[in-house]
Design a protein around this ligand. Structure first.
Ligand SMILES: CC(C)(COP(=O)(O)OP(=O)(O)OC[C@H]1O[C@@H](n2cnc3c(N)ncnc32)[C@H](O)[C@@H]1OP(=O)(O)O)[C@@H](O)C(=O)NCCC(=O)NCCS
Length: 145
């Protein structure tokens, strides 16, 4: 698998990949929002290709203090072959180059079987935190692709 930076030309392909892998695509995944994320994090938004077909994707984000990982997915036809680990290793290397101190990710409870995947990669569960969210504009949040 060859790892490359994501470019917006691949937008439709990665949305299809997220859907195929069971990722919930929402208001933050419309073209404009993905483009915004890409502009802010051009080196952290990665895809993996085999024979020119995108089979993995991950969005990395850095807010100046913490790193974040969003929407990691490997095409179900290519899972359990080491590609998830490979693209995550590449992303972690990018974070390391940026000298990011700590990286977070969120796993929805319905998907808790992936916890083990991340633990394998050295991630730790936080039981000292409660995650809270706030929606400043409910109309924006309702947008669907
Ligand atoms: C999670 C996901 C990215 C893993 O990708 P993958 O290419 O199948 O993972 P890898 O083959 O690189 O696995 C690396 C290691 O983790 C293990 N692993 C992979 N998926 C696992 C799972 N669901 N549960 C437990 N272990 C898992 C592998 O066995 C492997 O272990 P090994 O090195 O001892 O052989 C992939 O299953 C996926 O796209 N899932 C659907 C989308 C998703 O849930 N994304 C995460 C959102 S938070």
């Amino acid at each position: 698998m060859k790892i490359e930076k994501f470019t917006i030309d691949y937008y439709e392909e990665i949305v299809a990949l997220w859907r195929k892998a069971g990722i919930n695509v929402g208001s933050s995944d419309i073209l404009e929002e993905i483009n915004k994320m890409l502009q802010r994090n051009p080196d952290l938004f990665l895809i993996g290709k085999i024979n020119n077909k995108i089979i993995s994707v991950v969005i990395g984000g850095f807010d100046g203090r913490r790193g974040y990982v969003h929407h990691l997915a490997v095409d179900p036809d290519y899972q359990k072959k080491g590609y998830g680990k490979k693209i995550m290793d590449a992303l972690i290397e990018k974070f390391r180059e940026l000298r990011v101190h700590k990286i977070h990710l969120f796993i929805e409870k319905y998907n808790k079987n992936v916890v083990e995947f991340y633990q394998n990669l050295g991630w730790e569960i936080r039981d000292d935190l409660i995650m809270m969210s706030y929606i400043p504009d409910k109309e924006l949040y309702k947008m669907r692709i």
